[in-house]
Design a protein around this ligand. Structure first.
Ligand SMILES: [Zn+2]
Length: 114
């Protein structure tokens, strides 16, 4: 099965393929995997919070662990499914939202950290 890439969602999103998410990344960086991947083309990663508005949920001091975990998850999945880790897209204009800190989602395709 060939995946085209990753799609990021926030946890208020109600339309993740009509079924849910494939991976959930909590604020504290904990990751929960759904039993089955729901979409044959993309892997859907849901980040706890709502990045459509500024506020406590988008406080960068509160979500660096979450973003680090998300980046690590994307790297692991891209290796497992042979997807480029750079193929990470937003679901749509409002999901994960205008305030999602894309520049903090640091993904190193190489073996960049230990
Ligand atoms: Zn979404």
């Amino acid at each position: 099965m060939d995946y085209k890439g990753f799609i990021l969602h926030h946890s208020r999103c109600t339309s993740i393929n009509g079924k849910g998410f494939d991976f959930w990344v909590a604020k504290d960086g904990a990751i929960y995997a759904a039993p089955l991947l729901t979409d044959p083309e993309h892997i859907h990663i849901c980040l706890e919070g709502d990045y459509g508005m500024a506020g406590p949920l988008t406080d960068p001091r509160g979500c660096s662990g979450q973003l680090f975990a998300a980046g690590k998850l994307i790297l692991e999945l891209s290796a497992r499914y042979r997807i480029s880790p750079l193929l990470v897209e937003a679901h749509d204009d409002s999901c994960p939202g205008a305030y999602f800190p894309w520049n903090e989602l640091v993904i190193y395709p190489a073996d960049g950290y230990h």
